[in-house]
Design a protein around this ligand. Structure first.
Ligand SMILES: Cc1cc2nc3c(=O)[nH]c(=O)nc-3n(C[C@H](O)[C@H](O)[C@H](O)COP(=O)(O)OP(=O)(O)OC[C@H]3O[C@@H](n4cnc5c(N)ncnc54)[C@H](O)[C@@H]3O)c2cc1C
Length: 336
């Protein structure tokens, strides 16, 4: 493999039902930074059926070029045709770096594409950077050994250097309507025989019954110190006053008090709200991994040595069961 032939940062622009997923735009923001460090281009790969109108949004968020693969076979996500299309792109254009969102689709697609291209894949990276020495290495960092240390992974001998990144970890660029880019219709000759083994019979959409905490601007989050459903009712009352959502540490999910969809952390969701209010959460590394990028972190804990205070902008040492209702009441009276 002649590594010098490989260039540019490619992003899988995941869309569902013609709607771009947030993570695609977040990855473009990071890709822009990486490409600028190497004086390369950002290329978005947009696969689907009648998806070309989305290309402009990708350009506004950092893409220099959008490869649109429009085909009936790509209307709904299926492993084989999507892998086929991306492999056609990698074979022809030889990307140096490829980023994919760690969504259910991306987690299925990423390993397939990496195996097809005989390269490695760093799953769930939390940090991506180009080294500022002469080597200009692409460094992918992710938690390892149960989150107890951070491992930086290099893919030195194979290309593309691939990574998946969970939604909410990277930041979007602000949309810039004046950005210009190239939109290319890219035709793929699908080998129908190869990809007809699996057929999509029916799509059943899961009813969205709970709010997506990764989208919330304000989170009132509870840990073991909250303890029970009654304890969480106090957090819910505060969240209601603040116009936010309630989230949780894994301890309360494991105890059956909170639903897994509300778990923040390494094995839960990554969140970046404007306000993260951590109540009775100690601040284990696996929890911090999911929330430390929040804009403003306020922690309430009765132990003044709790690690959560090391990431908090404001710390309140005391009993949350007294402080949370007092805060709620104060907000109520302020709004009257
Ligand atoms: C592989 C792996 C993955 C993991 N993934 C995650 C993850 O995604 N998310 C996650 O959260 N954890 C995760 N964990 C678990 C993590 O290590 C911690 O065990 C967990 O975060 C602890 O939750 P906690 O802070 O609620 O509980 P604790 O650590 O028990 O802390 C409770 C805190 O509440 C305080 N407190 C108690 N009573 C009160 C009161 N009345 N008022 C104020 N403060 C009070 C205590 O002082 C203490 O600091 C993972 C662990 C492993 C090994």
């Amino acid at each position: 493999m002649n590594l010098t032939e490989y260039k540019d940062v490619y992003v899988f622009a995941e869309q569902r039902d013609g709607k771009l997923q947030n993570v695609a735009l977040e990855l473009l923001g990071k890709a822009r930074e990486l490409a600028d460090a190497n004086q390369e281009k950002v290329v978005a790969m947009l696969l689907g059926k009648d998806v070309k109108p989305l290309a402009q949004t990708l350009i506004e968020h950092g893409a220099d070029r959008v490869l649109v693969v429009d085909h009936d076979l790509l209307k709904d996500y299926m492993t084989e045709p999507y892998t086929e299309a991306i492999t056609a792109i990698t074979t022809e254009f030889k990307p140096s770096i490829m980023l994919i969102g760690a969504t259910t689709i991306g987690r299925d697609l990423g390993p397939r594409v990496s195996a097809r291209n005989r390269t490695g894949l760093t799953a769930d990276a939390t940090k991506l950077e180009i080294s500022d020495d002469e080597a200009h290495e692409f460094r992918m960092t992710r938690p390892a050994f149960g989150g107890n240390l951070m491992a930086t992974i290099l893919c030195k001998n194979h290309r593309p250097q691939m990574s998946t990144v969970r939604p909410g970890v990277m930041q979007k660029m602000a949309a810039d309507a004046s950005r210009k880019g190239e939109v290319v219709d890219y035709k793929v000759d699908f080998d129908v025989k190869k990809i007809s083994r699996v057929k999509l019979v029916k799509t059943v959409k899961e009813e969205k019954t709970v709010a997506d905490i990764s989208e919330a601007k304000i989170l009132v989050s509870g840990g073991r110190g909250v303890g029970t459903k009654d304890g969480f009712a106090k957090l819910e009352a505060l969240a209601k006053e603040l116009g936010g959502e309630v989230s949780s540490s894994r301890a309360m999910v494991d105890a059956g008090v909170m639903d897994q969809s509300r778990q923040v952390g390494q094995t839960g969701k990554t969140v970046r709200p404007n306000l993260y209010l951590a109540c009775g959460i100690s601040g284990a590394i696996q929890h911090l991994a999911g929330m430390e990028e929040s804009e403003l972190i306020v922690a309430i804990n009765k132990d003044k040595f709790a690690p959560i205070f090391s990431v908090a902008d404001l710390g309140i040492v005391g009993d949350l069961h007294k402080i949370v209702p007092m805060l709620t009441e104060r907000l109520r009276t302020m709004q009257r």
